[in-house]
Write a protein that binds this ligand. Structure first.
Ligand SMILES: [Zn+2]
Ligand SMILES: [Zn+2]
Length: 268
């Protein structure tokens, strides 16, 4: 078993490889389980801040690929539903329109703010950075409470950009809130994503990183998904094995995949 449950095709605003080509790359990478999860950030969709995701067209292409490559690879027709709590009714509309095999719930920006990647963290005082990250955790908690997701994506998305700005962040002040988030995930039976894009980008850590994975484990968390967040063919499946090794070293022995509509735990 080798899985990559977070990738983007040309239907995402920031990627340009067709669905079928991404699926062929997944087969070539030796994956057994693979998800296409194009961006659908609800606030961007509702306010038309960028071209909307053509949900019907990508659904058709994902369905065609799923059928075409049946027996070679298990393709999940997914979506990365961003910032759900800003417009939960719209999120419902998206999820009611197509029976997605796999839904990632993600925070990319705080309400009314630009993407977390666009801040100049060097110019933001440490206390303010902590305030912003705390807000991100609240948004993640809101997404888990919303509930209609298969996994909670890259919970430390903002931290990635803080690190890229050559800054550090102490997670001790967030311990209680993280435990609340992890407790909710466990209560709602929702897995957490280990996003390895930061590993193949050479940053040397996953999202979330070891410290948080160990905390999740100590809270009783057992369910993880793994994805590369690839936006092009060359990174499909990249660093998944390294991600598995990290997960194992944190005390986990399996990851979640979905087969025939059912979530199953596969040993790693
Ligand atoms: Zn994302
Ligand atoms: Zn993504």
């Amino acid at each position: 078993m080798l899985c990559d449950l977070h990738t983007h095709s040309c239907y995402s605003f920031d990627a340009n490889v067709p669905v079928d080509e991404m699926c062929r790359a997944a087969i070539a990478a030796g994956l057994t389980d693979y998800a296409i999860t194009d961006h659908c950030d609800v606030d961007y969709e509702v306010n038309h801040w960028r071209p909307n995701l053509d949900r019907d067209a990508v659904w058709e292409e994902m369905t065609a690929a799923k059928e075409k490559y049946k027996g070679q690879i298990n393709i999940l027709r997914g979506v990365e539903l961003g910032n759900i709590t800003h417009y939960p009714d719209f999120a419902d509309k998206v999820l009611d329109a197509h029976p997605y095999d796999f839904v990632i719930g993600s925070v990319h920006n705080l309400r009314g703010m630009p993407d977390c990647s666009s801040f100049n963290y060097q110019e933001i005082p440490e206390k303010q950075r902590e305030f912003l990250f705390n807000q991100c955790l609240d948004e993640n908690i809101g997404i888990v409470k919303y509930g209609r997701i298969s996994t909670l994506g890259h919970i430390t998305y903002m931290y990635r950009y803080i690190k890229l700005a050559r800054l550090e962040m102490d997670f001790a002040p967030f311990r209680d809130k993280l435990c609340t988030l992890f407790g909710l995930l466990i209560e709602k039976d929702i897995p957490m994503e280990v996003n390895v894009s930061t590993m193949w980008r050479g940053l040397g850590f996953s999202m979330p990183h070891r410290e948080l994975l160990e905390l999740y484990r100590s809270c009783g968390g057992k369910l993880l998904t793994v994805g590369t967040d690839s936006h092009s063919t060359e990174h499909v499946g990249e660093c998944v094995k390294e991600g598995f090794a990290l997960i194992k070293s944190c005390g986990f022995d399996s990851v979640c995949v979905w087969r025939d509509g059912k979530r199953v735990l596969e040993k790693i």
